[in-house]
Design a protein around this ligand. Structure first.
Ligand SMILES: [Zn+2]
Length: 493
């Protein structure tokens, strides 16, 4: 019994030792597995989510170029570059590449009201959800008008309008660019102005399925005077020209405006009040540029790739709301910084130098990228460029790998190849609406990466951080990391 008992104890000991050894092996294997998984997936989702959250905060107020919120975003990105140890390009201070561009500022929210016979407000409509001003060249961008509404059924109705009026343009005309062009030509022509003062135009727009008007602060070069002597603002008392004020409104709003107006131009009744308070001003602003030097002995050492993303957005609505611009384009900035972090943290330097650029002024007309192209930090003859604008679709919208219009680059083909290898779904496409096109126009191979999901609230208060999926941003980070690490070294043809 004793012997048996001893043997049994021995066996139990041995079994315990065996179990312990197997357990230890399993732990080691699990640890190796974990390390392996970490190496295979080095992307830090927390970093991506944190950057998107940060840049979408009220402190940045929608990052409109020329505002304090935009400067705060510039400072944030420069600080991140510094912490990653990126090199400051020669000639720049603190990673900032300053330049001046026109920007459109809103000083108070626009107003659209129906006034009763005594001139008091009978109905007030809501900016963004019910109406939005148009700030295109050829229309006033500041001031106030009050006039009876006149419904247009046909372009020729304009000739029958007498006295002051706000023209109400129903959708059958407003949705037709040819009709709109004809209407605006008549409204601003002097012959028409002899008999009538057409102070405003309100276009009926179908917003169903979207429910709001996106904010578009586009300022084409030379389209607005910016060298004002009145402190940068047009006078709000009198129109500076006979340009009309132009609003768009949704269908229910249009119906209410029409109900208080005459059915034809002969007997207008009811009064409409429109006001807007914008100015277009020269703004001193900056791109943020940081450099990660490549391996100088790698075959691609002399060449560099620019990884770009615009940091600006469309700003505040001056009514307590702002447009966070989480998907457009805090997501792209987060991807860019995460790419910089992963490459800096890696044990080997990338085979080619990487220049990270957070562009400003994209929303006005790609001013920042056009400035960078005119004053590049490294010669563009040695460059390729990948831009990231609007990624992190939580609705599974496919990644698009986009050439600029009229280009078919080897770079796009290579990116498609890498995406396929990584098992990332994609579609090859063409667009010229963002910063890669500034580089393409300068003869640089340039590609834009986008997951074009605008259902979360494009250029509106709805584009918030919780509507962006960091996992989908990570997909783009992995693609660009793999692309850089396997970069072809031959110069573009
Ligand atoms: Zn945008």
């Amino acid at each position: 019994m004793e012997t048996f008992a001893v043997r049994r104890r021995d066996w139990t000991k041995r079994r315990r030792a065996l179990v312990g050894a197997v357990f230890a092996l399993l732990v080691v294997a699990a640890l190796i597995g974990a390390v392996g998984a970490e190496q295979a997936d080095e992307v830090d989702l927390g970093n991506i989510a944190g950057i998107i959250h940060e840049l979408s905060l009220p402190a940045y107020a929608g990052r409109l170029t020329g505002t304090d919120g935009n400067w705060a975003a510039v400072g944030y990105v420069a600080d991140r570059f510094e912490r990653l140890g990126l090199a400051n390009p020669d000639g720049l201070e603190g990673y900032l590449q300053p330049y001046v561009q026109p920007t459109r500022l809103m000083h108070s929210p626009p107003e659209l009201e129906i006034l009763d016979a005594s001139g008091s407000v009978a109905r007030q409509f809501k900016f963004i959800t019910q109406f939005s001003p148009t700030t295109a060249p050829g229309c006033r961008i500041s001031g106030e008008v009050t006039a009876p509404g006149v419904i247009l059924e046909h372009v020729d109705d304009i000739d029958r309008v007498r006295g002051e009026a706000v023209l109400l343009v129903p959708m059958h005309l407003a949705a037709n660019p040819t009709e709109i062009e004809a209407i605006m030509k008549r409204v601003t022509s002097s012959s028409c102005r002899d008999q009538a003062r057409l102070l405003g135009v309100i276009l009926e727009v179908d917003t169903s399925g979207r429910g709001y008007f996106p904010i578009v602060p586009f300022v084409a070069p030379g389209s607005f005077p910016t060298d004002r002597n009145d402190g940068g603002r047009q006078s709000t008392a009198e129109p500076v020209s006979n340009e009309p004020m132009v609003f768009t409104c949704d269908r229910p709003t249009f119906a209410e405006l029409a109900a208080c107006s005459a059915a034809g131009p002969d007997s207008p009744s009811g009064t409409i009040r429109m006001s807007m308070d914008y100015s277009v001003e020269p703004a001193r602003t900056a791109n943020v540029v940081g450099v990660l030097p490549g391996d100088p002995v790698a075959p691609g050492g002399a060449r560099h790739i620019i990884v770009g993303a615009h940091l600006d957005h469309v700003g505040s609505n001056m009514d307590g709301t702002y447009n966070p611009g989480a998907m457009d384009n805090a997501s792209g900035v987060a991807a860019m910084i995460e790419i910089a972090r992963a490459l800096s943290a890696g044990p080997v330097r990338p085979p080619l130098t990487v220049v990270f650029v957070a562009f400003n002024g994209e929303e006005q007309f790609m001013y920042g990228s056009r400035h960078y192209v005119s004053e590049p930090c490294l010669p563009l003859s040695e460059a390729t460029m990948v831009n990231i604008d609007t990624v992190g679709s939580p609705r599974g919208v496919l990644l698009q790998i986009e050439n600029a219009a009229g280009r078919d680059t080897q770079m796009a083909r290579d990116l498609c190849g890498v995406a396929a290898q990584l098992g990332i779904g994609f579609r090859k496409s063409v667009s010229s609406g963002t910063d890669h096109s500034s580089f393409a126009n300068a003869g640089v191979e340039a590609v834009n990466l986008i997951q074009p999901d605008f259902a979360g609230g494009y250029h509106g208060p709805g584009d918030a951080a919780d509507g962006v999926d960091p996992g989908r941003v990570a997909e783009v980070v992995r693609l660009v990391l793999a692309f850089i690490r396997t970069a072809k070294t031959a110069p573009p043809d």
